[in-house]
Design a protein around this ligand. Structure first.
Ligand SMILES: *[C@@H]1O[C@H](CO)[C@@H](O)[C@H](O)[C@H]1NC(C)=O
Length: 285
């Protein structure tokens, strides 16, 4: 009797350890890089918070560098009056010809909509902004923001709904990020000179500190270290590997739905900005 009980206790303990291990630990994946104590990892590595006050913002960076991956993070944005604040969450390599894949969340007055700003840089050149409203209040709960980056395309998703795709069109002469490993970065900072209604609405420092929260980081990815790459194998669930994943018919429909109903800016439609014609990928995408 006691033996069976002991075995059960042991099994339970083992199970708990496995569950905790698979939930990950943000201490293992990220370094707090700036903000002098304003960035914190809490709850035994299950929660990360960034904060911003009048003196400083804060930020973190992944310990790993990645060359392709499917990278998910749950983020809960600054609640209440977040006007003037920007929460940036992005992948980037280093140097003047760097590649970069950006999510930036532009805060707003209480009850007014956040803007999700996206961009893709290849070999140091960006200017590929697309902006969206979200179909939910991103400050009420955590939502999952994902970047699928593989040799065929980059797909931005929100709660599993694709919102933007940047295809590999190297065959048409458009550079695609595939040779430079990138780290994951996030920061919360004051951008009240441009972020909210183009800078009209300033941060209200009486509401500081402003706080954004992160949890449930998950990367199926190729990590890059000292010149070689190690990839996590595709899941055994029978679904195709993230490395060869592309938008299926449902994904195409979803992206159209988002672009029709929630897109508020697309560089590919900005005739004022590109009077001589749009960048080549606009007509090929
Ligand atoms: C903030 O709210 C205003 C008014 O609804 C809206 O025009 C603007 O796009 C919103 N977002 C930002 C970041 O300015």
């Amino acid at each position: 009797m006691t033996k069976i009980f002991l075995v059960l206790v042991l099994l339970q303990t083992l199970f708990n350890i496995l569950v905790v291990a698979s939930a990950g630990n943000l201490n293992q994946d990220f370094d707090l890089t700036w903000g002098d104590g304003r960035a914190q990892i809490l709850d035994n590595g299950q929660l990360l918070t960034l904060s911003l006050d009048k003196t400083s913002g804060s930020g973190f960076r992944s310990k790993n560098q990645y060359l392709f991956g499917k990278i998910d993070m749950q983020i809960k944005l600054v609640p209440g009056n977040s006007a003037g604040t920007v929460t940036a969450y992005y992948l980037s390599s280093l140097g003047s010809t760097h590649d970069e894949i950006d999510f930036e969340f532009l805060g707003n007055l209480s009850g007014d909509p956040y803007i999700l700003h996206t961009n893709v840089f290849t070999q140091g050149k960006g200017n590929r902004e697309q902006q969206f409203y979200l179909w939910f209040d991103p400050t009420k709960d955590f939502h999952t923001y994902s970047i699928l980056w593989n040799p065929q395309s980059i797909i931005f998703s929100v709660d599993g709904t694709p919102i933007r795709q940047f295809k590999n069109l190297e065959s048409k002469g458009i550079p695609f990020p595939k040779n430079q490993a990138m780290s994951i970065y996030s920061s919360l900072w004051n951008a009240d000179d441009w972020a909210t209604r183009g800078g009209l609405v300033k941060a209200d420092w009486s509401k500081a500190p402003f706080t954004a929260s992160y949890r449930n980081f998950n990367a199926q990815a190729c990590t890059w270290s000292s010149g070689s790459s190690r990839c996590s194998s595709s899941s055994s669930s029978g679904s195709s590997s993230w490395l060869s994943q592309s938008l299926d018919a449902t994904g195409q429909e979803r992206i159209k739905w988002v672009q029709k109903n929630y897109m508020i800016y697309n560089y590919c439609r900005d005739t004022k900005r590109f009077p001589q014609g749009f960048p080549a990928e606009c007509s090929l995408a």
